[in-house]
Design a protein around this ligand. Structure first.
Ligand SMILES: [Zn+2]
Length: 319
């Protein structure tokens, strides 16, 4: 008999290699073999950073890379969504403004504390030097609904809510001049989409809205930067297919009257051959299937994950 799987990413302790890739005149991608990415926009007079890494100590490595290419001040930090692994490094950039959608702000109010405890438990390696995170939560200083345009000198940067997907508050960063998009976890590449707080029914349409912008380069939430229309299309297609495949399998199980445990086992087996090689597949599947089952039965909105609920769910499905 196989040993039970270690909870979430607790068995994942191997450091990843960082790449810092220039995508256009103004956009750079800080990526690390499937670990959470940070997108960087360098304007005429300042720098914008989208998603922060999990701790201020880890943010310092992003700052070091930025300083290799510019000495302009880091004025803006954009939170593409509320997840702790994306936001808790914000203070490491010492920005003038931290910007998020109103929906993301509301989620931080509602579930930020629980999410912080839950994510630190899930990803010990991704919270390196967690003691450098200041007490409390990362609070946006500017919030918007729908669309906010920033001018970094002559460079236009649009923050857009194109619909719900990975979370209710998903925001993308769009450079119309360069046609580069920083997607946050709305798009993943060679990495399993985490959908524990997702809206499965909305996500595909939101990806269509991303595609309609016709980006020529895209920084996904995880995985390498996508350069050229073909790679961008592959990233969008992979994410869309995964979400659709989870939903199809879960809804078939619910329709047949199966319980969550049975639906989980069926869905894991159905998706493993196609997606099992993507990073964090084993980590994500129990959360993704649980949320999809919830949405297909009686929970319109994602339930709050707590450190306790995480472990309980894992024991039930993987025990
Ligand atoms: Zn996320």
């Amino acid at each position: 008999m196989n040993a039970p799987k270690k909870f979430a990413s607790q068995a994942d302790l191997e450091e990843k290699k960082v790449s810092f890739t220039q995508l256009s005149d103004h956009a750079w991608a800080y990526t690390a073999e499937g670990d959470p990415n940070t997108g960087i926009v360098i304007g005429d007079d300042c720098v914008l950073v989208a998603d922060t890494q999990a701790t201020p100590a880890m943010a310092q490595d992003v700052v070091r890379r930025i300083r290799e290419v510019t000495d302009k001040p880091i004025k803006y930090v954009v939170l593409t969504h509320y997840h702790a692994v994306r936001v808790l490094g914000a203070s490491g950039f010492d920005p003038q403004q931290i910007i998020a959608s109103q929906d993301t702000y509301d989620l931080i109010v509602e579930r930020g504390e629980q999410d912080k405890a839950s994510e630190i438990g899930r990803f010990p390696r991704l919270f390196r030097d967690v003691e450098t995170v200041p007490p409390g939560l990362t609070w946006p200083t500017t919030v918007f609904s729908g669309k906010l345009t920033l001018w970094l000198g002559k460079l236009e940067v649009q923050l857009l809510q194109l619909g719900r997907g990975h979370t209710k508050g998903d925001t993308v960063v769009w450079l119309p001049q360069d046609r580069v998009l920083l997607s946050g976890d709305l798009v993943e590449f060679d990495a399993t989409p985490y959908a524990g707080d997702a809206y499965f029914r909305d996500w595909p349409q939101t990806l269509d809205n991303v595609a309609a912008l016709k980006p020529v380069a895209l920084v996904p939430g995880r995985g390498p930067a996508l350069i050229g229309e073909e790679q961008v299309a592959a990233g969008l297609r992979g994410t869309r297919d995964f979400i659709a495949d989870v939903r199809r399998s879960v809804e078939a199980g619910v329709g047949a009257g199966k319980d969550l445990n049975a639906v989980y086992k069926d869905t894991f087996a159905a998706l493993k051959p196609k997606y099992g090689h993507w990073v964090i597949f084993d980590h994500c599947m129990p959360f993704d299937v649980t949320r999809c089952y919830d949405e297909a039965t009686k929970y319109v909105d994602p339930r709050i994950w707590t450190a306790e609920r995480d472990v309980e769910m894992w024991k039930t499905l993987e025990g």
